[in-house]
Design a protein around this ligand. Structure first.
Ligand code: ASP
Length: 432
């Protein structure tokens, strides 16, 4: 190794480090799918190689949120921070509602689930998810013990504490007392350096991404690949079609309005998109999402340090689409198609359910239970909807990959638009 900055120069793995990273990741993705389909379930032995990649990313999630958000909040006025917050949340809500409508349209047009005959078995216990009350949910954002929030990875609580800390730091920086002012400067530099170190680590972890991606994809295709060619092919197609339409129409549209081209946006954000796709975790992908948005798209820290952690927690357009299509699938499969009123109910509950979905693998499938109960189809052991739900669960990993990919893409698209409206994008990044 000739230099401490370049991990693989002069060694036997030279060819590996010299090949373009994205090329390597894409090769890992395709090779993983092919090998998984050929080998089948025994491929699960390589699961640890994939888990290693996800764990390495998760390792940096909490520090990266805290370091970047403290610096972000300390760099702008509280009023501007408030504006960024309101715009971001509004964008997230509106795009999620549109996502559900799109999912319902595609699901209705393709008539997902019709023809899948499911017979009633016996009655039994309900598998329901209780929706927490709004007041309780809002109160939970304030941590009673920030250190506990860190150890538990409670993202909204960490965001709250980091903003309060960052704003207080900014006041200290303009203090008249020299002692406080110099302490604040040192702290600011400390957090600034901490954030940079986290990004250095992300860069290192991404060198391992091709292998991790290969293993993650091979395991999913090896264990679930065959099932998506059966009766579930249509619902899988419907979910992916709606995801792609949302990307092209909704994100393509809002990015255009703010002066960004979709192809360029995809090129600059694809590491995050692929990482989300294979890791199935918006939360775990966060360090890569932040890197792509800051180093690839030129978005400033005040915007992305807030909008991305928040997005990874509450903005789930892909999950919203998945819920809409799957509720239609289940209702049609059991011969109880949804009325328009019930579909409107899906729009409302699925927005809430997608907000409540954690950015971890499989969380959306659990929140789907909430939407099903809201439309009068509670998943009760032995009921037909329980069987239809189990079918969907059987291919959850395949559906989760696509929806997580779109969830993260949505966070990046909204971040760019909010940043542009706040003059917080270095447009030279978008020139070439
Ligand atoms: N896996 C998704 C995410 O992390 C959540 C879901 O299961 O829908 O964004």
């Amino acid at each position: 190794m000739s230099s401490t900055n370049s991990p693989g120069t002069g060694g036997m793995f030279d060819w590996y480090f010299k090949t373009n990273l994205l090329m390597r990741i894409l090769i890992g993705l395709i090779a993983g799918a092919v090998v998984g389909l050929i080998v089948g379930p025994p491929i699960q032995v390589i699961q640890p190689l994939g888990s290693l990649f996800v764990r390495l990313l998760q390792m940096i999630v909490v520090p990266v949120i805290f370091f970047t958000l403290v610096v972000g909040a300390a760099s702008v006025s509280p009023a501007r921070l408030g504006r960024i917050g309101v715009k971001t949340v509004l964008f997230y809500l509106v795009t999620s509602a549109v996502a559900i409508l799109l999912g319902l349209i595609v699901g209705n047009v393709l008539r997902v689930g019709t023809g899948v005959d499911i017979a009633v078995v016996e009655e039994g216990r309900a598998l329901e998810v209780e929706a927490p009350s709004l007041v309780e949910t809002l109160l939970q954002i304030v941590p009673t013990n920030p250190f506990q929030a860190f150890t538990e990875g409670a993202v909204l609580q960490i965001i709250f504490f980091a903003i309060v800390f960052g704003i207080s730091l900014s006041y200290l920086q303009i203090s008249d007392t020299e002692r406080l002012k110099s302490a604040a400067d040192i702290l600011f530099r400390f957090f600034d350096g901490g954030a940079e170190i986290m990004f250095k680590i992300v860069r290192g972890v991404l060198q391992y991404a091709p292998i991790g991606v290969f293993a993650l994809i091979a395991v999913v295709f090896g264990t679930q690949g065959a099932e998506v060619v059966g009766p579930l092919a249509l619902v899988t197609f419907a979910v992916y079609l709606a995801l792609v339409l949302h990307l092209l129409i909704v994100y393509g549209g809002i990015l255009r309005i703010y002066g960004f081209g979709l192809p360029k946006f995809i090129r600059r954000g694809r590491e995050a998109m692929v990482t989300a796709f294979v890791s199935r975790s918006s939360g775990g992908t966060l360090p890569v999402t932040m890197r792509n948005v800051s180093e690839g798209m030129g978005v400033g820290r005040p915007t992305y340090s807030f909008s991305l952690p928040l997005g990874a927690t509450i903005n789930m357009d892909g999950t919203a689409i998945y819920m809409a299509v799957c509720v239609l699938f289940i209702a049609n499969a059991i011969g109880m198609p949804l009325t328009i009123a019930q579909q409107m109910m899906v729009v409302i509950t699925a927005v809430l359910a997608s907000i409540g979905t954690a950015g971890v693998p499989g969380a959306g499938a659990i929140m789907l239970l909430m939407v099903l109960s809201a439309v009068g189809l509670p998943v009760t052991e032995g009921t037909p909807q329980a069987l239809a739900y189990a079918m969907i669960l059987g291919i959850d990993a395949i559906l989760d990959m696509g929806r997580t990919g779109l969830n993260v893409t949505g966070d990046m698209a909204v971040t760019n638009c909010v940043a542009k409206s706040e003059n917080d994008v270095d447009l030279s990044y978008w020139k070439d």
